[in-house]
Design a protein around this ligand. Structure first.
Ligand code: TXA
Ligand code: MG
Length: 327
């Protein structure tokens, strides 16, 4: 592979894939995304056709866990067998051979095993792990369909593999696991934190310092500014100003549109995350809904915060908070 990139479907969001030991291709990933070089990438591994051994064995060439206590190694094996393939990324000390471009010079590397047949086949076909950040320009909305990848960066890459709409819809949960078995949450995502806590016991917060810019406050941003509202949009008290697009968390959409229209607002588009209030459906719809609303070119997007912070609700709330953060 001569440095070309492939839009790759995963169960979370589409990635922009390059072979882990092809520095030309990896530089292209940063260039295409306009991503700062200090923001490290996730390496994706596959189980392989034989499906022998523990899934964690596939990550061993990328990590250096020689300093880990044996109970911590057991924990890694357990986490991988429970959550891989699937939307869990583990940040671990990196192996010496890993290219600095992958880790942005950090002493750690992020690894995951995606659960999408097309991603698995692509990794198997290249025979190497693939780095793949979400296939959007830096700071913008992650793509959850092949068309969204084409809309974002279609003019800059040769290939997009169409694997349908992503079944999870938000990125992987990122945790750091340390030599003594301490686990910290770096990014809420497709695996609910409660499920990880069930396996590891306690999960610590990520700590105050920004360890990687993917954790900066502003991210996932549409072109239109977003106003995030806690509580039902129908009850919104706001002077009408310009055109608005509505992102409703749950319940039927028409009454909300009617209430705001009769209050004098000019509603140009509206989407609901899940009419039944189902968090899996809401996560799956989130980024596509933001794209659709943005496409209507409103002056503002007014978004209702997802009401529950548990399960996938944590990831939905996190993405909406970042999408509406000051830029
Ligand atoms: O679901 C996903 O994880 C998707 C799909 C394509 O696999 N990928 C994805 O990649 O979301 P990206 O690059 O958009 O986000 C990677 C996140 C960033 O927040 C980055 O800062 C963090 O992982 N990260 C990567 N390596 C890290 C490291 N060594 N230490 C701490 N954070 C790291
Ligand atoms: Mg991203």
């Amino acid at each position: 592979m001569a440095g070309e990139l492939v839009g790759m479907p995963t169960e979370t969001v589409y990635g922009l894939a390059a072979i882990v030991d092809n520095p030309v291709a990896i530089s292209n990933v940063y260039a295409v995304k306009q991503r700062p070089l200090f923001d490290p990438l996730i390496a994706h591994v596959a189980r392989g056709e034989a499906r022998l051994g523990s899934p964690f064995e596939r990550a061993l060439e990328l990590v250096d866990i020689s300093g880990f206590q044996s109970a911590s190694i057991d924990l890694l094996t357990l986490l991988a067998s429970r959550f891989w393939p699937g939307p869990l990324t583990m940040v671990l000390p990196r192996a010496p051979g890993v290219n600095d471009l992958v880790t942005a010079g950090l002493t750690t590397i992020a690894v995951r095993m995606p659960a999408h047949p097309t991603a698995e086949r692509l990794i198997d076909a290249t025979g190497r792990p693939l780095v793949a950040p979400s296939a959007n320009r830096f700071g913008r909305i992650s793509p959850t369909s092949a068309q969204a990848v084409i809309d974002e960066i279609g003019d800059r890459i040769e290939y997009v593999l169409d694997g349908g709409v992503c079944s999870i819809g938000v990125e992987s949960t990122v945790i750091a696991v340390e030599a003594d078995g301490t686990v910290r949450l770096l990014r809420p995502g497709g695996v609910p934190t409660e499920e990880i806590a069930h396996v590891v016991g306690r999960i610590g917060p990520r700590g105050a310092r920004i360890e990687a810019p993917g954790q900066t406050p502003s991210h996932y941003a549409p072109r239109a500014p977003i106003l995030l509202v806690d509580g039902p949009l129908a009850a919104l008290q706001l002077d009408p100003r310009g055109t608005i697009a509505l992102l409703v968390a749950r319940g039927p959409l028409p009454p909300v549109v009617e209430a705001l229209s009769s209050a004098g607002h000019q509603v140009v588009a509206a989407r609901v995350l899940s009419s039944e209030g189902d968090e899996r459906e809401a996560a799956r719809n989130l980024f596509a809904a933001l794209r659709d609303l943005d496409a209507a070119a409103p002056d503002w997007i007014i978004a209702e915060a997802w009401p529950s912070p548990t399960g996938l609700g944590a990831a939905i709330r996190d993405r909406l908070a970042r999408a509406s953060a000051p830029r």
